[in-house]
Design a protein. Structure first.
Length: 120
């Protein structure tokens, strides 16, 4: 599979809140850094976080590619993200950040190995 198609599948799973589809794109030893600096290690921790996030139905996320590169068995995407949600009081808020996704190819599949979120 081409990296562009794998990236599209990864992002589509997020937008659809499809936990099973999302986890199919994540490496067993992946890491994720949230915008507040929290580090999640391993697919299980990432799955737990995403299960809770996907259960929340009032958020939306738009991601525009800034840079996408693939070379050999490695690829990354830098995305500009606009994230809209409601706070616990029901008040809307917006966050903008960069999302960097690093993938490796294993057995003809691209799997996420690192997800870095950085506020702008």
């Amino acid at each position: 599979m081409e990296f562009a198609k794998a990236l599209d599948a990864h992002l589509a799973a997020i937008h659809a809140r499809d936990l099973e589809g999302y986890l199919a794109t994540v490496h067993q030893d992946a890491s994720l850094i949230l915008p507040n600096g929290t580090l999640l290690r391993g697919k299980e921790a990432i799955a737990e976080f995403h299960a809770a996030w996907f259960a929340d139905t009032d958020w939306s996320m738009r991601a525009e590619p800034v840079r996408v590169e693939a070379a050999g068995e490695a690829a990354f995407a830098l995305l500009s993200v606009v994230y809209d949600d409601l706070d616990p009081k029901g008040e809307p808020y917006r966050k903008t950040y960069y999302l960097t996704l690093y993938f490796t190819r294993a057995d003809e599949r691209w799997l996420l190995v690192h997800d870095q979120n950085t506020y702008r």
